[in-house]
Design a binder for this molecule. Sequence first.
Ligand SMILES: *Cc1c(COP(=O)(O)O)cnc(C)c1O
Length: 396
Amino acid sequence: MEFNSLCAKDLEKSFRYSPHNMPIYQTSAFEFETHDESVSVFNGDQKGFSYSRYNNPTTESVAEKIAALETHGIDIEAYAYLTNSGMSAITAIVNSLCSQGDIILTQNTLYGGTIELFQKPIMRSGIETIFTDFSSLENIRKIISENPKIKLVYIESPTNPTLEIVDLKGITDLAKQYNIFTVTDNTLNTPYLLQPFKFGIDFIIHSTTKYLSGHGHSTGGVVVGKDKSFKKILWENIKLLGLNPSPFDSWLLYNGLKTLALRMKEQCTNAEIITRFLEEHQKVKRVNSLYLKSFRHAPLVQKQYKNGYGALLSFEIAAESNRISHFFNNLKFCKIVPTLGDLDTILLHPATSSHLKVDKEIREKNGINDNLIRISVGIEDVNDIINDLKNALSWV
Ligand SMILES: *Cc1c(COP(=O)(O)O)cnc(C)c1O
């Protein structure tokens, strides 16, 4: 018997069946019935799949779900492409909007990897980045008016791990006056909490590795856009730079997305309770949290968020910084893990991990001192998390 003679597709022809969950199309390429079909799929006359780096049914259907989430309840249409990491989503959009000689304007306080991406590979390709303070629109206007080569404003809100909020509408209004594109990293919010298109943002990226996938078992990214004229170049860049995800990772993301709302709800509830606990603890000097009653960006939070304020917090321990290790080493329930957005509660010491490569002076100026601890709150029983933090804090 010939190896290929009985395939799932033959079964599909012999009787009807329909998988309730989306199958993983774990194939690098697709067959054509006829030469004519091959010709028309390749020249674009007919929609079809040919090669998985170009497009894959599992990947495409998940991308469409994310586009739907980002536009839910808003009267616009969007498209999305998945990539194999958050970094490759940023690479894809920057490459689609900017070319040699253009300038990116962004914040001092980006995700560490994004700072390095802008300072290293993107810089080497002739695209420069200006890092500045985004808390003042006047400051942004001044820089934009002095630098006509600024092509793109890149935003992260809230900042990680100090949780500063950026005025999305204020910045997009300003950028539009100068015909500058806006891109925002919506990883920490997810569309369940914040939909950047409502505030005029042009493109959204996510590291799906975090909350969208939510279980800490896949690495991925997504770019969401609404201006159709950039659809082709974005797809072409992902295809030619090889930024596409594996069908398996897309499928893990598909499963994760099903519980996005449930997870976020629980994580936000827990994050608010943990904020109250930390605020009142005598060993805690300062808490960074959108749930603080006295939060300095409260009006922006009210304006931009729905359903909750996220589940990332950070706090400063009131002790000598050499006591930090006693805190971490006495955690029993929560774990030390350098990621965020998983189902379980995980902590990290930014100064010696995510921000290790950032100059100490710059780091401290941005509120990331040696006593700062970041906590990504999970879905566990909140009393288990609090008891663990209480015990670990008693050791500092
Ligand atoms: C993790 C993260 C990234 C990078 O994503 P990867 O999936 O690790 O490539 C970008 N932005 C933010 C806010 C992140 O948390």
